[in-house]
Design a protein around this ligand. Structure first.
Ligand code: DOR
Ligand code: ZN
Ligand code: ZN
Length: 420
């Protein structure tokens, strides 16, 4: 008999259908109307989705573990229905060479509640070649932001894109043209937007298109027009909830300081609509935790970034409930596409896939409270907003979250070094 069976309204082929998922050795072994198992989870009328994957987090380990570390960050992920994260390389030291990558992996190993992959950054093709077998992707920073990593030179970017393509390493780009960023004193979200205009983003994307950057992923797109530009050029796009839900009119002050910046209300609304119409490839939180103390500094010296891995899917589930976004669009952006693009056998409820599932009760709308979140940073820019958090999360066939609370062990694995 099958080890574990989950019964409920399953998300299959773009719609919800009553049925059973059979799980053995961490994998989905059957999807049928009726299945019998040693153990059964009856989700009843609740909906059973593939767990989400966040292709863009900053878990800050090593080097800045006062802000976050892999244990706290991965608990936050789990609480938000995310069982795979890709961590960015602007840790300290930056993940820019094999020795540092190996150290980072050694430090993180055994501490994560969810599966993870590591992005690296380098402008040296030979370094990328050495790291390639162990990485989820290459990150290119065309604009300066937290950490001082920068590669904004067409020749160098072109060289790295070619190398990454030859090595089959996915590339994600922070697309803000650094030469178009001003460094004037800023005291408000409006000033910060003036310093980092949308033109800087448009121009970075135009340059990538001119470089023939097919297949590249544009991170945290803030403008609806760029979603179309990316698609037309054969690139993928990633959108973060903060650019869809928050704008420069928000009372967040320095807490809302982030790169690329929050934009005008109209631009935000247009982005939200475009995402709802299915124009974005993926959701990515750009979870960038900084402590409450750091975010309470004067605007000008306060670090950029907002947390989000924990609230991304729950906020979007609330949007689905309000009929703002079709469920199928959300699952495609947050589950199917990230898994497909980064080669993780997840994202769909299908035989052979990893048994990573999240169960939601669509009637359980709650409001976000920073004090109830697991991220070490201790605050959220979404305080008081509507969200639907998962009740149960299963990863590798193990129950990792129950009754909305994490209950598992640090069984997360590296998607490259310990194949799932
Ligand atoms: O606001 C940001 N914060 N943008 C980035 O690109 C990096 C991030 C961070 O690491 O804090
Ligand atoms: Zn970025
Ligand atoms: Zn980022």
């Amino acid at each position: 008999m099958i080890d574990l069976v989950v019964e409920g309204r399953l998300f299959l082929d773009g719609e919800l259908k009553q049925g059973c998922v059979g799980i053995e050795n961490g994998r989905i072994v059957a999807v049928k109307k009726v299945l019998r198992g040693e153990t059964k989870i009856d989700a009843g009328y609740r909906i059973v989705l593939p767990a989400a994957m966040d292709p863009h987090v900053h878990f800050r380990q090593p080097g800045m573990t006062n802000k976050e570390d892999f244990s706290s960050g991965s608990l936050a992920a789990l609480h938000g229905g995310v069982t795979t994260v890709l961590d960015m390389p602007n840790t300290f030291p930056p993940t820019d060479r094999l020795a540092v990558l190996k150290d980072k992996k050694r430090i993180v190993r055994g501490r994560s509640y969810v599966d993870y992959g590591m992005f690296v950054t380098t402008d040296l093709p030979r370094r990328l070649e050495a790291m390639a077998p162990h990485v989820a992707g290459l990150k290119i920073f065309m604009g300066s932001t937290t950490g001082s990593l920068l590669d904004n030179d067409d020749k160098s970017i072109h060289r790295m894109l070619r190398k990454a393509e030859a090595l089959h390493v996915p590339v994600s780009v922070h697309a803000e043209d650094d030469s178009m960023i001003f460094h004037e004193e800023a005291g408000s979200l409006k000033d910060h937007l003036r310093n980092r205009p949308a033109d800087a983003e448009f121009n970075a994307v135009r340059r990538l298109i001119a470089l023939g950057a097919k297949g590249v992923n544009i991170c945290h797109v803030t403008r609806a027009e760029i979603l179309d530009m990316a698609t037309e050029a054969g690139m993928s796009s990633e959108v973060a909830p903060h650019h869809m839900l928050l704008d420069i009119g928000s009372p967040l002050g320095a807490r809302g300081k982030v790169n690329p910046p929050l934009r005008q209300p109209l631009a935000k609304d247009a982005l939200y609509r475009a995402v709802a119409q299915g124009k974005a490839t993926m959701l990515g939180s750009d979870h960038a935790p900084h402590t409450v103390d750091e975010k309470s500094e004067d605007f000008d010296i306060c670090p950029s970034g907002v947390p989000g891995v924990e609230t991304m899917f729950p906020l979007m589930m609330a949007a689905v409930k309000r009929n703002d976004i079709p469920l199928a669009t959300l699952v495609r952006m947050a589950c199917e596409e990230p898994a497909r693009r980064f080669n993780v056998p997840k994202g769909r409820i299908e035989e052979g896939m990893m048994a990573d599932l999240a169960i939601y009760d669509p009637r359980e709308m709650s409001t976000i409270e920073g004090s109830r979140l697991y991220s070490k940073c201790g605050w959220t820019p979404y305080e008081g907003m509507e969200a639907i958090f998962p009740q149960t999360v299963i990863m590798h066939g193990e129950i990792q979250l129950k009754g909305g609370e994490p209950c598992g062990e640090t069984i997360g694995r590296d998607i490259k070094d310990e194949p799932l």
